[in-house]
Write a protein that binds this ligand. Structure first.
Ligand SMILES: Nc1ncnc2c1ncn2[C@@H]1O[C@H](COP(=O)(O)OP(=O)(O)OP(=O)(O)O)[C@@H](O)[C@H]1O
Ligand SMILES: [Mg+2]
Length: 240
């Protein structure tokens, strides 16, 4: 019998990814204006993976903020320079800012993804607003709920935010699609519902439980997933 396993492939037929693509299309339609978007949602719902997948397929810049940048914007600007392909990265803030603007102007309005900027002081958000205003390149901020709060504090920035996309909990259809695409498993609805209930719609937990289910199915030489095996898989996850 063929072994079951969960492949690491990206599954784009889930609701959050569809919404993300719609947001990216809408951003592209408003070319030439200073544009900002934000993607928010609790841990584990696929925000990072989706943005990285999109950025990778569309030659977009992706920067994850580091807390060591909290005392100065220079590290952040230098990282942007690096990711945007600036050849000689400046050692001071003003020229680094200018180099980022120049690189953004040359890259044809592709969105720049910035993750976890809410970990940094507000001046970094102000900086992104200036970069976006001056270059008219779209910026997409990705973070947890705190990011939304952060943006509201910087009211002017909030007004300019073109779109706020909330990553929702996965639903039954998403779970069934994920199991089919990543593991080749046809989940009965009661199994998908159990996986969802246990995970509160978190992609990371569903993936882990599905991997355990695959292992159990292989060990027991089971041909199809069912409620009993799924309960075992969830129990094993809790122990591990
Ligand atoms: N569309 C997808 N297809 C396949 N796997 C996915 C997909 N979306 C997310 N995952 C997987 O789910 C897990 C959680 O995703 P990710 O790290 O992107 O979540 P997040 O919302 O950024 O969470 P955090 O707040 O913890 O950073 C990862 O293992 C990721 O590979
Ligand atoms: Mg993440």
């Amino acid at each position: 019998m063929k072994e079951v396993s969960v492949s690491p492939k990206f599954v784009n037929k889930v609701r959050n990814v569809r919404n993300f693509l719609a947001m990216a299309d809408a951003l592209a339609l408003s070319a030439g204006e200073g544009r900002l978007a934000a993607v928010v949602g609790p841990a584990g719902r696929g925000k990072t993976r989706t943005a990285q997948w999109y950025a990778g397929n569309n030659e977009c810049t992706f920067v994850r903020c580091l807390s060591i940048w909290r005392h100065s914007e220079l590290g952040f600007l230098q990282k942007l320079c690096y990711e945007l392909g600036v050849k000689r990265i400046p050692h001071r803030k003003d020229p680094a800012f200018a180099a980022v603007i120049e690189a953004l102007n040359q890259q044809g309005g592709r969105p720049v993804f910035i993750e976890e900027i809410e970990k940094l002081p507000r001046m970094h958000l102000e900086l992104v607003r200036d970069l976006s205003d001056i270059s008219t390149a779209p910026f997409v901020l990705i973070g947890e709920e705190e990011l939304e709060h952060h943006l509201k504090q910087v009211r002017r920035m909030w007004n300019r935010t073109f779109q706020l996309l909330q990553f929702e909990a996965l639903d039954v259809a998403d779970t069934v699609v994920f199991a089919r695409e990543a593991a080749g498993l046809g989940l009965p609805e009661d199994v998908a519902e159990l996986l969802l209930r246990n995970s509160a719609g978190c992609f990371r937990v569903i993936k882990r439980d599905l991997q355990n289910l695959a292992n159990i199915m292989n060990a027991k030489r089971a041909a199809a997933p069912n409620l009993e095996l799924t309960k075992l898989a969830i129990k094993q996850s809790l122990r591990g």
